[in-house]
Design a protein around this ligand. Structure first.
Ligand code: MLT
Length: 210
């Protein structure tokens, strides 16, 4: 992909400190690239930030892929959009000269789901994900066939999350592990969202890989 693949996609880029990791920040439903920067700052204020905007619209809200109902995804669209995001990321690495810097996707909710789908289908483009309130994004389908040896994922979920149900979060972890990924799953009480403890867990997980 070429420069237009980057410049034609609304996004925010912040270079960050020399040699720092780059956080691919993926907002939730109704969010955008500006709003998600606060999460990046809470995790690592020195990191580079690459924050594209989800290109699907649902009643005026930005999303990463279409859904038929809450928690019922258009899986063909998930697959297609994951491919687009992988393409954007590869083009952005070149456009912004990110070669050699680790890139970690950090997503919340719908953003977690597209980050996980992209890592599951395109491990050559993305191999680290921090997923807040994410779930298994492929409905009743398998999650691709590539081995995910070298992929590392932190899954942070509430046990009583109606939008990212526990059985789906557990299936996600099992599926990624079966394919060879290193999965750290932390389950807490409560529902959809990001707790202070999860932020601390994510900070520590990122710092251990910086
Ligand atoms: C999704 O659509 O990805 C999940 O249901 C969560 C959300 O609404 O963002």
């Amino acid at each position: 992909m070429s420069a237009p693949a980057v410049t034609g996609w609304p996004h925010l880029h912040r270079p960050g400190a020399v040699g720092s990791p780059v956080l691919l920040m993926l907002h939730g439903t109704g969010g955008d690239e500006q709003g998600v920067v606060a999460l990046a700052d809470a995790l690592d204020p020195a990191a580079g930030v690459l924050a594209p905007r989800g290109r699907v619209q649902e009643q005026g809200m930005n999303r990463w892929f279409r859904r038929l109902a809450e928690g019922v995804f258009d899986v063909d669209d998930v697959v297609a959009r994951a491919g687009e995001l992988a393409g954007f990321l590869e083009a952005a690495r070149e456009h912004y000269g990110l070669a050699g810097r680790p890139v970690v996707a950090v997503g919340f909710s719908n953003g977690a789901n597209i980050g996980l789908a992209t890592a599951a289908l395109h491990p050559e483009a993305l191999d680290r994900v921090v997923a807040f309130s994410g779930m298994y994004p492929f409905g009743d389908r398998d999650a691709g066939a590539e081995r995910l040896t070298g992929t590392e994922v932190l899954l942070l979920n509430g046990r009583a999350d109606p939008m990212a149900p526990l059985d789906s979060a557990i299936r996600l972890a099992q599926t990624l592990r079966r394919r060879g990924a290193q999965v750290d799953q932390r389950l807490r009480e409560g529902g959809h969202g990001i707790t202070a403890e999860e932020l601390a867990d994510a900070r520590a997980w990122l710092a251990a890989r910086a």
